[in-house]
Design a binder for this molecule. Sequence first.
Ligand SMILES: [Zn+2]
Length: 233
Amino acid sequence: MESVRYPDIFKRLTEVQAQLKAIDKFVSLVYIPGHTGITGNDFANENASKLANSIASGNTDATDNITVTDVYKLATGIVMRSWQRMWNEDSTGRTTYSFIPEVGTEVIFPKRGEVGVSYCRILLHDTMLNDDAFRTGTADTYMCECGQEWQTVEDVLLHCTRYVEARSIMKDYLSNICNNLKSKSKQKRNIEVDESLLMAPFNYTNSTVVHRKEDKYIKEALFDFLSSVDRRI
Ligand SMILES: [Zn+2]
């Protein structure tokens, strides 16, 4: 159909296709319907035409030289913004979103496989702890064996009486990190140990900023704790 509407362009494209084929690069030409009538698209088209005319008439300066690196940068930016928009507006994965709201975040994972599984299960809100297991029908109760409260991630990480010793080691380690940081920056920072700090330090915004290096240390403390807990998470 387009070969009828745009015979010159179609001829040129098939020539390029043949040239590529000669060097063993196979490209298929497919028809993609236009987007006329879609408000956002019409708006973008109109503005693109205006700008193109303005450049052509010399009213707007534009480079006639663009590098491959620039193209990659532009394309990456577009893809990342689109991915972020989807992640912001999605209706699933909201627990993971609360820990990692920004797409492209480099998440530190533990070296030990079983700790990694536990960490991922917590990120995905699908643990083997009674609170989740009861919800999915694989446990008879949501209570923790300590008898104190529901067996949630927060219980295991912060309150459960069964892990007092492991937790105190973790907290000592964390307070060491915080003290060192304070003396370096000479600024008192109020880092409170909670679930969000342990799970996603890089995303911790409770009146303070956690830097990349601290992120690594805090995660190490969490992973050591998880590996010392005698229960699969
Ligand atoms: Zn407990």
